[in-house]
Design a protein around this ligand. Sequence first.
Ligand code: SAM
Length: 270
Amino acid sequence: MRVDVISIFPDYLAALDLSLVGKARAAGIIDLRVHDLRTWTSDRHRTVDDTPFGGGAGMVMRPDVWGRAIDAVTGRDTGTGHDAEVPVHLVVPTPSGATFTQRTAEALAGEEHLVVACGRYEGIDARVAEHYRAAGVRVSELSIGDYVLNGGEVAALVVVEAVARLLPGVVGNPESLVEESHGAAGLLEYPVYTKPPAWEGLEVPDVLLSGHHARIHRWRRDEALRRTVARRPDMVGALDPATLDAHDLAVLAEEGWHPHGGRLERSDGC
Ligand code: SAM
């Protein structure tokens, strides 16, 4: 996969040289290139922003600078670049975007070329997304959560890391991706423990020391269900009861959730 990240603070993305993403870059699994947006400015001051039409606070990033940058990294400026053959997916982080989830990460992990456009100030002129969509480019305006950051770089780190770890060869043991929170089961992960078996008066549950794989599997599943009930009832409401076994349903019933009309509902009606 190729990923181009464009930012006015390219040094912000230095963290992508570390850890598993850094190793994936070194191994050639991900061809990650970070660009300084100011490369594509055309004035002495290397200006990337201007005042908003209609007035108001703050500055808006200019579409012409962004257009030159995106055309250059996708080869559209010469018509001979990488994207003559490979479709690009433009990711625009913004708090007004659709929420970035594990499902979004999975979808993006299937792409061959991502371009991440990191906004600053009041964001990027809306015509940039509109223009590339009209040109047939897939454009995803994505929010990493309901809060406002100063710039898109942190969101780019989030998106690139979440996507990169789904690429074959990035996470050493692919099994570790299977039971994770937000996976196919639609549950949070069960609590995890390591040595020592007793610490600060707290003991690791006996079952995990039993070596009995079936009982461990069942305990973990029960804990995942209970934890999801306690922390993310919205996720319980999204479960399909048909995918749950009788034991799952019994655990959920203890927690006050019951199947009703093809969904799970809390018995107190909340
Ligand atoms: N005026 C914008 C609004 O209210 O929607 C906020 C702009 S924010 C100060 C500047 C930049 O930070 C955005 O263009 C975007 O790149 C990034 N950003 C801020 N919060 C974000 C979030 N929750 N998710 C993704 N990107 C975010």
